[in-house]
Each structure stands twice: as C-alpha cells, then as structure tokens.
Design a protein. Structure first.
Length: 157
C-alpha cells in the first residue's frame, strides 16, 4: 500500500503529516445520513486489491477458504467485487481474510478514516506507543516538579 496524501475515505494510506493535520484540525464534520453507504467503494477497493495482487482470484479464494475454515469460491469473490451484485456484500470475517491474503489493508484504512481513526501497523504502531510513553514520562516529570515546588512552599510557611 503506497503512502501519500489520500483524501478522506481514499483507499491510500495517509502520510504522517496528513494524520497530524487532521488531528490538529480536530475534525468537526458532521456525519451525514447515508454517508456510510460505501458498498460501491468497498467493491472498488477489493477489485483494485485483486488487480494489484500477484495471486489469481482462484488462489485468493482458496487461501481465504483455508483461513476461514469454509469454502470461498472464485464466483463468490467475484460477486463481492461486481457492481451488479448489490446484494452480495463481503462479510467482516471474509474481509479480514481477504486483507490477509492480498496484503491490502485499504478497505480497513477507509473504514478507520471514516470513523476518525488511523490504521497503524507493525513498527509504526510500536513507534507510536513509544511516543505515547515518552509523553507520559514528560507529564509525570512535570507533575513531580509541581509537587516538589508545593512541598517546598509548604516547608517555608
């Protein structure tokens, strides 16, 4: 998945600067009726992931079947990506297996952005946690200084 300045809901992953900008803006947008009707976008994201995958649709379906413990046929996979098959939507667990097999997290990236969240994985997630821990240490140090200052003031009274 490429990095770049994807628009909200874009299947492209946001850059760190895009994330900072959104956080600093404190998104105040209102969720509108029907804005979560993303069926066509999900189908397009799945289709794009299949086109980019080195695996054939048959192999993707077989690997998904193995992960899910139930049959996923190429025809079923095709129905989840076909614009004409509006009543055939990919189940959540199947979407997870699809992402694992294809290596594309674009569908979950879009969902995370719509929920005003960010999808961070692997080393980036660990680095984010380290940053959070550093902030906590700095806050504890500031609080310790305030307490010591108060204690010093109390001792001189």
């Amino acid at each position: 998945m490429g990095k770049g300045g994807g628009l909200p809901g874009s299947p492209r992953q946001l850059s760190f600067l895009d994330i900072l900008k959104k956080v600093s803006e404190g998104r105040k947008d209102v969720v509108k009726a029907g804005s979560f009707n993303v069926d066509a976008r999900i189908r397009a994201i799945l289709s794009d992931a299949l086109k980019k995958s080195p695996l054939s649709r048959e192999v993707v379906a077989a690997k998904m079947s193995e992960l899910l413990g139930r049959e996923v046929s190429k025809a079923r996979l095709d129905s989840w990506t076909a614009e004409s098959k509006e009543n055939n939507r990919i189940p959540f667990d199947s979407a997870m297996a699809f992402c694992e097999v294809t290596g594309s997290l674009d569908a979950f990236q879009m969902a995370a952005e719509m929920l005003r969240c960010y999808l961070i994985k692997g080393q980036d997630a660990l680095l984010t946690e380290l940053g959070r821990m550093k902030q906590q240490r700095e806050e504890i140090t500031r609080n310790e200084k305030l307490i010591r200052l108060k204690l010093g003031q109390m001792g001189s009274e």
